[in-house]
Ligand binder design. Sequence first.
Ligand SMILES: NC(=O)c1ccc[n+]([C@@H]2O[C@H](COP(=O)([O-])OP(=O)(O)OC[C@H]3O[C@@H](n4cnc5c(N)ncnc54)[C@H](O)[C@@H]3O)[C@@H](O)[C@H]2O)c1
Length: 322
Amino acid sequence: MKKVLITGVAGFVGFHLAKKLQDKFIICGLDFFYPVVDSINAQRLTHLGSSVKFTHSDIRNYDELLKTIKLIKPDFIIHLAACTGVANSALQPELYFDTNVKGFQNILEICKELKIDNLFYASSSSVYNDNETMVFNEENVSENQLSFYGITKRKNEKLAEEYSLQYGINCVGMRFFTVYGSWVRQDMAAWKFMNALIKNEQVILYNGGNVQRDFTHVSDIVESISRLVESYLHEQLKFIHEIYNVGKGSPVSVKEYLLTIAENLGVKPEIIYKPLPENELPFTHSDTTKLFSKTGYKPQLSVHEGVKEMTDWFLKYRHQNE
Ligand SMILES: NC(=O)c1ccc[n+]([C@@H]2O[C@H](COP(=O)([O-])OP(=O)(O)OC[C@H]3O[C@@H](n4cnc5c(N)ncnc54)[C@H](O)[C@@H]3O)[C@@H](O)[C@H]2O)c1
C-alpha cells in the first residue's frame, strides 16, 4: 500500500479525507493546533483514532517539518493545512501569509528535497472574482482577488506551477467551492446558522440574502480528491501542474440554504440583513467540465440532501457536547 501524508488532517476536509482514503492507503497526518481538549479539531482526531498515524507539526517551521516528513517517508502528499476563512484574513494577514504561502513553499521545498513526486493541494473558489464570467472556469482567473485569503491561494497556484516546471514535481491544485457537511468548521456560515437557530438567536444575511454560493457537500469533495489521486498516481506523469474546480456546479442563494437548514432543525429564522462585505464574492459557480473529463465524476448531493446529513450530525454533536 502507498503511504499518503495529509496535512491539516484534524481540519474539516482533512478529517473526511482521511476516513475516505483509509482503505486504499496508509494514512499519516499532521496538524498544528493548541491541544485544547474540547476543540473540534481534537474531537475529529479522536474519531479518526488509530486509522491515522498523527504527528503534531507546524508547516511554518521548515526544519521541524523536514524532520517530520523525513521520518514519515510518504509516497505522496495531500496538502490541506492552511489558515482558512475570508473574513479573518483581513484581520491577520501576516499569519495567513506565513501559513498559506511560506508554509506551502516549505511543503514544495520538502517535496524537492525528499524527491516526493506527487503533491495535491487545496486552492479555493476565492481565487476568482466577480468581474469574470458567471461560470468560473479554471482558465479564466484574474489577478485581482477580493480577499487576502484569495491572494494566498492564488500564490500557491503560481508557486506550484514554478516548482512543477523547475523540479518535475507533479502538482494538482483543487479549487474547492464552499464546503459543508458534518464536522463543519465553526467559523463557517453553516455552523453559525445552525448554532444561532438552535438558540433562537438572530441570523445575519448579506445583500438581502441574495448571495449565491456553489455549496458542495464534503462527501463530494473527498470523492473528487480520491478520484484525482487515483488517476494521477496511475498515470505516472512528470512536470504536471493542473488545476481543477471541485464544486457542485449549481449555485443556491444563501437565503435558501439558511431556510433549508432552519426547516431541518424545525426552527423559524429571525433574519437581519447587512450589506455584503467588500472582500466577499456576490456569487460563485463552478464549471465542473474539467473535473468530470478527468475523473468521470460530478459532485452529486443537492443542498437538500447535504443539509440533512449536516443538521442530523449537528443535533447529535450538540447533544453530546452540552
Ligand atoms: N472548507 C471550505 O469551504 C474550503 C473552501 C475552499 C478551500 N478550502 C481549503 O481546503 C483546505 C481545508 O479546509 P478546511 O475547511 O478543512 O479548513 P480547516 O481550518 O478545518 O483545516 C485546516 C487545518 O490546517 C491546520 N493548520 C493551520 N495552520 C497550520 C500550521 N501552521 N501547521 C500545520 N497545520 C496547520 C488547522 O489546525 C486545521 O486543522 C484549506 O486549505 C482551505 O483553505 C476550504
